[in-house]
Design a protein around this ligand. Structure first.
Ligand code: UDP
Ligand code: MG
Length: 335
């Protein structure tokens, strides 16, 4: 049980929502969020991040910003991927507590008050743990499960299982997260790495309300490799042990063949042995090189020290700037 200092109720809650091709679904999203906060009199803002959508998502967002004074629209200069889009949204959020949630309403906004209650108890990070995943194939569930298992055993930080990006973070947790400069942003890992008292709230994950998923197996495999290589050097160590084991094996085999030919002479035989040995060694060497390459590539990307993203424009929520003409105002900025 962590030593908790209670937080005062948040004066402002920011809801950060990264969106890529979510046209048509955002109106319902705003309705569901407002229905949670408006009756309770809780001040809130919704930070929509348009992650380079190719459909009418941006126009939808702008219309919503005109209709509601609590909507902020951050337009990225291209598609950077969800992890970066989230980071951009967190950078723009001004609340004492920030909630990250997907646009597709798979994560019900109705549990956010429970997050806030836990925040008030003093937790800095409150994440939702999915008890059921409706509308997802058993393949996806199984692969997700084994990924968490692997990460659990490899990394220095424990990744909570069945936890997505749906979570609430205190201001200091957000500030900590924004201090991490790495280009390879495996958010689930970064969230876990910052530490601070955290707590999970179970909830039921629903099927997508609108539109289609942006994830496919190629992206998921990429994300898994990202997760493992940005939080663990274990694969590098495995190759060292593998190399050592093979060397020992080779030495033992060498002694065996030497003694055998002394005792029984050396008729020309053993092609299968040769063949298998060469293949085995070649294969393991290439594998080891590949793993080193994965890390080297990441070192390469990090040393370039590129900015994480570029913001094309920001329309801040009118409620926050207290100015009705704010929707015309575009703050050009690069971060
Ligand atoms: N998303 C994004 N950029 C991308 C891909 C997805 O901002 O390149 C957003 C998407 O709009 C959604 C969230 O990330 O709000 C989760 O995506 P999705 O629902 O497709 O993933 P799933 O829930 O199937 O894991
Ligand atoms: Mg989804």
């Amino acid at each position: 049980m962590p030593d908790l200092t209670p937080n005062p109720p948040p004066r402002l809650i920011s809801i950060v929502c990264p969106c890529y091709n979510e046209v048509g679904g955002l109106g319902e999203f705003v309705r569901r969020i407002s229905a949670v906060f408006e009756p309770a009199g809780q001040a809130f803002e919704i930070v929509f991040v348009n992650d380079g959508s190719t459909d009418g998502t941006l126009a939808d967002m702008r219309a919503l910003a005109l209709a509601h004074d609590f909507v902020t629209v951050v337009n990225l200069s291209r598609n950077f991927g969800k992890e970066i889009a989230m980071t951009a949204g967190l950078g723009e959020a001004s609340g004492d507590a920030v909630v990250v949630i997907d646009a597709d309403l798979q994560d019900p906004p109705e549990v956010i008050p429970d997050f806030i209650a836990a925040y008030c108890e003093g937790y800095d990070v409150v994440y939702g743990r999915r008890t059921e995943r409706e509308g997802e194939t058993w393949m996806k569930k199984a692969t997700a499960h084994s990924f968490y298992r692997v990460m659990q055993n490899l990394g220095p930080v424990r990744l909570p299982e069945d936890v997505g990006d749906f979570r609430l973070m205190s201001r200091r947790a957000v500030d900590a997260l924004m201090q991490m400069p790495e280009t390879h942003r495996f958010m689930k890992g970064l969230f876990a790495w910052i530490g601070f008292p955290s707590r999970e709230i179970p909830y039921r994950r629903h099927p997508r309300f609108h539109g289609t998923t942006k994830w496919n197996y190629r992206k998921l495999i990429g994300l898994s490799i990202e997760g493992i290589t940005s939080f663990s050097t274990f694969p590098l160590r495995v190759t060292s042990f593998l190399g050592l084991a093979i060397a020992v094996l080779a030495f033992v085999a060498g002694v065996y063949f030497f003694v055998r030919s002394l005792l029984y002479g050396d008729p020309v035989r053993g092609f299968p042995t040769l063949y298998v040995t060469i293949l085995l060694l070649g294969g393991t060497q290439l594998l080891a090189l590949g793993i080193i390459g994965e890390y080297l590539g990441r070192v390469f990307n990090e040393t370039k020290r590129r900015p994480l993203y570029f913001v094309e424009s920001v329309v801040p929520a009118r409620r926050l700037v207290g100015d009705d003409s704010a929707d015309d105002e575009m703050r050009e900025r690069a971060s």
